[in-house]
Design a binder for this molecule. Structure first.
Ligand code: ZN
Length: 337
């Protein structure tokens, strides 16, 4: 399939402190972030969707770049990698990302740990690709670990090779691989207004206003002090969330829908964005307005639904958000911090 490598940073020169033949006592490399997938659940195009956006993506229209489901890869040293969410497309994402592929000779993987931000299918289904007795550390909030434990298919992740570790909300957690070796990265999960995973909703229950830990945002930091935030699902702005994002260097944020009733208007579904646990991008209570005054240095939309007009590079909506200082992530996008 086609993949774009627009704006790829030159990581050969990304290290700070190299270049004059002598190594300083401490060398901090830039944190590397690769967007493995930038689309919301279903991907772009979605298998059963014939909407105008999906039709353009299928035709190979260069302004309608295909995207897989949302996941990021992060590394402090370019050797060991952390995945933020395990999308159903993970196998294909690894195939498209040399940094995540095994070195030659025998079995092995640079993927050392996975942090899962919620129990939704598009965040956990990719864990099934990580079987084959490869050692890994799996980090998630208790609510999500409980959902995973309740689904017997995840027993393919044998505890002898996959360590399941609970992350406590609001606490910075240094990450290690299966054997306890530091990855040079730390994670802090924080509660975000959201909803329980669709399949876990009780019959007749709206699934909103659910327990803390159903939906979390992730702050990732390295030992040199670089950090960014990843919030792929957000149903509302809380003061705590806005305070946390104020002045951030880099935020990846939920870009699911442009308008709350977009799916209904396009005849693609019966649920509003709110009902699905997602703020919309536009409007007085949307993300562009809500995050406008926080002094965030770089703002990137991820988890973009195929129905959202901003997924098209030539849409008026894309121009609006570009003027507001936002970017739309694409698969293969790389950022160094
Ligand atoms: Zn579509």
């Amino acid at each position: 399939m086609r993949r774009s490598r627009l704006n790829v940073a030159n990581f050969a020169n990304a290290g700070r402190g190299f270049g004059n033949g002598s190594f300083p006592a401490f060398v901090f490399l830039d944190m590397r972030i690769i967007v493995l997938g930038a689309a919301a659940g279903g991907g772009f195009p979605q298998w059963n969707c014939g909407c105008p956006n999906c039709a353009r993506a299928r035709r190979g229209d260069p302004a309608a770049l295909p995207r897989t489901q949302c996941s990021l890869a992060v590394s402090a040293d370019g050797e060991g990698w952390l995945l933020l969410n395990a999308a159903p497309d993970l196998r294909e994402q690894i195939a498209a990302t040399p940094a995540l592929q095994p070195r030659e000779g025998g079995r092995g993987s640079p993927v050392k740990a996975v942090v899962v931000s919620g129990g939704d299918v598009d965040a956990v289904a990719g864990l099934l690709h990580l079987r084959e007795s490869q050692t890994l550390a799996l980090y998630a909030a208790r609510r999500v670990l409980t959902l995973i434990a309740a689904n017997p298919i995840f027993r393919v992740l044998n505890p002898a090779s996959v360590a399941r570790r609970e992350i406590m909300l609001g606490r910075r957690e240094p990450l290690t691989d299966f054997a306890g070796r530091p990855l040079g990265l730390a994670i802090e999960a924080f509660a975000v207004p959201g909803k329980v995973a669709l399949y876990a909703e009780e019959e007749g229950e709206e699934g909103l206003g659910t327990a803390e830990g159903d939906t979390v945002g992730l702050a990732v930091s390295d030992e040199a002090g670089a950090s960014f935030h990843f919030v792929p699902a957000c149903a509302a702005f809380s003061d705590a969330l806005l305070d946390r994002l104020r002045g951030a260097r880099l935020v990846f944020f939920d870009g699911t829908l442009w308008t709350d009733d977009e799916m209904i208007r396009l005849g693609l579904g019966t649920k509003t964005g709110r009902r699905m646990g997602h703020l919309s991008v536009s409007g007085g209570d949307g993300t562009l307005a809500g995050l406008a005054q926080l002094g965030i240095a770089r703002k990137v939309f991820v988890h973009v639904n195929n129905s959202n007009p901003m997924i098209l590079e030539d849409s008026p909506e894309r121009a609006i958000l570009a003027r507001a200082g936002w970017e739309v992530a694409h698969d293969g996008m790389e950022i160094a911090l």
